[in-house]
Design a protein. Structure first.
Length: 580
C-alpha cells in the first residue's frame, strides 16, 4: 500500500509536465494575478477535494442519484466562465468578494482568508473538469471505482495523486504571484492584466464546453508526437505491478509461470496456463472432445478472449479469420476463449449461432465461469496471447489494433518451429471515430441516464424524458423494468440517445423464446432511411429474433446526432450500446 501511495504521489507531480494539463493551465495561472494571498491555497484545496471525490465516487453518484455526469461538468464550466467574467466587470467581482468575505468571516472570524473560498470554488470545478493522462496506478484505481469497489487503499492512492498534482500547481501560482509583485511594469497594469486573464478564463470555459481542449491535445500530440511518452515509465516495474494485482484481488504475478496482460514482444513471459473450459467446445477436429495446450506443443497457439456481443471483439474477427486461413497449414492454432459479458451469452446455442454468423472455423471453448480468464489474469475483451512451440507465452495484446505487430509475432514464432513463412504483412486499418462511451442499460453498471426519476430496480415503473438531453446521455419514456444487466420496455416505450459517432450498435434479445420483437428507429427526428441504416434496420425497423448485437446506424462520417427507439411491443430486452 505504501509503495503505491508513494508512486502515486510522484506520478501526480510528474503529471504537471503532461499534455493533459495544458487546457486547465490558464485557470491555474489566474491565481497568480487575481484574488488575495490565500487564493492559490484555496484552488489546490478545492482541486484535491474534488478530484479525489469524483474519481472514486462519480460513477456511484450518477447511478444512485441519476445526476448526469455531463450536467455536473457543464455546471463547473459555467462557474469558471462566471469567475472569468468577474475579472472583466468590477460589479460582478465586488459581488463575489462580498459573498466569500461573508463566508470567510463566519467560518474563521479571527483569521483573514482573503480569496481562499473563491479559490476553493475554482478548484472544485477543476477537479471535476480535469481528465489526467493516467498511468497504470491511477488507471487501476479508476477501474475499481467504475465497478463500485472503492477501498481505503484506493482512497489514499487517489489522494496522494491529487496532492502530487497540486504541489506544482501551488508552486506555479505563488511563483507567478511573486514575479508579478516584483516587476513594476506588471504591478502598474494590474487591472489590465486581470482583464486579460478574465478573457482567457472565459475562452477556456468555452473551449471546455465545446471539447476544444481535447482537439487541442490531439493537435499538440500530432505536432510533438514524442512529448510525454515516458512520463509514466517509472510506474512500469514488477513491484508496482504486484501491488496493483493485490489491489484488484489478483495474486501477484510470478514471472516464472505467468504471462502479463499488456503489450509485450517476443520475450518469454512464463508458462502458459492450461485451458480450463467451463462450457462446450465448438469447431473441434473430428474425433476430439476437447483440446489441451499440452497436446498442442510444437505448434504456435493464439489464445483469443472474446464475447460475441462485444463490438471491439467483432472488429477483430476478420483479422483472426485471415490469420487462420493464412497460417493454419504452417502450424498456427487459434483457440477462441468465449468469456460472456452478459448472462445470455453463456448459452451454447447462442455461441454456436454467433460462430456461424462470424464464419469462425477455428476451435472455440466457452469459459462461462472465467476460470481460464483468471488463470491468465486477463482484464478485458478482446485479448490475445501468443504461445510458442514450448508452451511459453511470448506476446500479449489487449484491445484492438497493432494487427501488423501481432502478425509479425506469429511469423517469428512459426519460424522458430522450422517453418518458412514469407507472407506479406499488410493488415487493413479500422478508425474508431466515436466519442461516446459504451453505455450499459442495466442498473448494476448504468450511467448517463437522464430521466429525472430514480431507478426502481427490478420493478415496472414510469419514466419521463427531460426537456433537453446532454451529449452521451440517454433517457427513458414510458413504462420500463430495469434489471441488473438489462432494461425491458413495455409497448409504446421510447429511448432517446444523444451520441457522437459514425456507427451505433445495441445488444438486444427477445424476452420470450420463440417470439420476436420490433423496434422503430429514428435519427434526428426523421425515420432512418437506407442511407443511414445499419445492417439490421429494414424500412426503419429492427426485428429482434435472437440474442446478439444489432447494427442500427451507419453514417458517412462521425457527428453529433439524436437517436430515437420506439418499442412496438413488450418482447424486447436491451443490454448495452457500443459505438464505432
Amino acid at each position: 500500500m505504501l509503495l503505491l501511495i508513494a508512486f502515486a504521489f510522484i506520478a501526480g507531480i510528474v503529471t504537471i509536465l503532461s499534455p493533459c494539463i495544458l487546457p486547465i493551465l490558464p485557470i491555474i495561472l489566474s491565481g497568480s494575478v487575481t484574488g488575495g494571498k490565500q487564493k492559490p491555497l484555496g484552488i489546490v484545496t478545492g482541486f484535491i477535494t474534488s478530484f479525489t471525490f469524483f474519481t472514486l465516487f462519480l460513477s456511484t453518484l450518477v447511478r444512485v442519484l441519476g445526476i448526469s455526469a455531463d450536467a455536473l461538468r457543464v455546471f463547473s464550466i459555467v462557474l469558471i466562465f462566471f469567475f472569468g467574467l468577474s475579472l472583466l466587470i468590477p460589479q460582478v467581482q465586488a459581488f463575489i468578494e462580498r459573498i466569500f468575505s461573508s463566508i470567510s468571516s463566519k467560518l474563521s472570524p479571527k483569521q483573514s482568508k482573503e480569496g481562499f473560498f473563491s479559490g476553493v470554488v475554482v478548484g472544485l470545478s477543476l477537479g471535476l473538469l480535469w481528465t489526467p493522462c493516467v498511468g497504470p496506478i491511477l488507471a487501476s484505481v479508476i477501474s475499481l471505482a467504475l465497478t463500485g469497489s472503492v477501498t481505503s487503499t484506493a482512497f489514499f492512492i487517489t489522494l496522494a495523486y491529487s496532492l502530487g498534482t497540486a504541489l506544482p500547481m501551488l508552486l506555479i501560482t505563488y511563483t507567478g504571484r511573486t514575479v508579478f509583485q516584483k516587476v513594476p511594469g506588471l504591478l502598474a497594469n494590474t487591472k489590465k492584466i486581470q482583464q486579460v486573464f478574465g478573457v482567457i478564463m472565459m475562452a477556456t470555459a468555452i473551449g471546455l464546453f465545446f471539447d476544444i481542449d481535447r482537439k487541442f491535445q490531439i493537435y499538440f500530440l500530432q505536432t510533438f508526437p514524442q512529448y510525454g511518452t515516458g512520463l509514466t515509465k517509472f510506474e512500469d516495474n514488477n513491484a508496482v505491478k504486484n501491488q496493483l494485482d493485490k489491489l484488484q484481488g489478483i495474486e501477484p504475478t510470478d514471472p516464472k509461470n505467468m504471462g502479463m496482460p499488456t503489450f509485450q514482444m517476443l520475450n518469454e513471459l512464463g508458462n502458459a496456463p492450461e485451458i480450463i473450459p467451463t462450457g462446450e467446445w465448438h469447431n473441434l477436429p473430428d474425433g476430439k472432445s476437447q483440446l489441451t495446450l499440452a497436446e498442442l506443443k510444437g505448434k504456435v497457439v493464439l489464445l483469443d478472449f472474446w464475447t460475441y456481443s462485444c463490438i471491439n471483439c467483432i472488429r477483430t474477427m476478420p483479422y483472426l479469420r485471415a490469420w487462420h486461413e493464412k497460417y493454419a497449414d504452417d502450424g498456427l492454432v487459434i483457440l477462441g476463449a468465449h468469456a460472456p459479458e452478459f448472462e445470455f451469452e453463456k448459452s451454447s446455442k447462442n455461441v454456436r449461432e454467433a460462430i456461424e454468423d462470424f464464419e469462425i472455423h477455428y476451435p472455440v471453448f466457452q469459459d462461462n465461469d472465467f476460470k481460464t480468464w483468471k488463470a491468465y489474469k486477463n482484464r478485458a475483451w478482446p485479448a490475445k496471447y501468443l504461445i510458442d512451440k514450448n508452451g511459453k507465452i511470448r506476446y500479449t495484446h489487449i484491445g484492438e489494433g497493432d494487427y501488423d505487430e501481432t502478425e509479425k509475432a506469429i511469423q517469428l514464432l512459426l519460424k522458430e518451429t522450422g517453418k518458412t513463412v514469407e507472407y506479406e504483412i499488410n493488415n487493413p486499418t479500422y478508425d474508431i471515430t466515436s466519442r461516446t462511451p459504451e453505455l450499459y442499460l442495466g442498473y448494476s453498471r448504468m450511467e448517463y441516464l437522464a430521466s429525472p426519476e430514480r431507478v426502481d430496480a427490478n420493478n415496472k415503473a414510469t419514466y419521463t424524458k427531460p426537456s433537453s438531453l446532454d451529449r452521451n446521455s440517454f433517457s427513458y419514456d414510458g413504462m420500463w423494468n430495469i434489471g441488473p444487466e438489462q432494461s425491458s420496455p413495455s409497448k409504446g416505450a421510447v429511448l432517446e440517445l444523444n451520441f457522437e459517432a459514425t456507427e451505433v450498435f445495441l445488444v438486444m434479445r427477445p424476452k420470450n423464446e420463440g417470439q420476436s420483437g420490433n423496434v422503430r428507429v429514428s435519427l434526428d427526428e426523421l425515420m432512418v432511411n437506407e442511407n443511414f441504416a445499419g445492417k439490421d434496420v429494414m424500412a426503419s425497423e429492427v426485428n429482434i429474433d435472437s440474442d446478439r448485437l444489432y447494427k442500427l446506424i451507419k453514417l458517412d462520417k462521425a457527428g453529433n446526432h439524436f437517436l430515437k427507439l420506439e418499442f412496438l411491443d413488450d418482447n424486447v430486452e436491451i443490454f448495452a450500446f457500443t459505438f464505432g
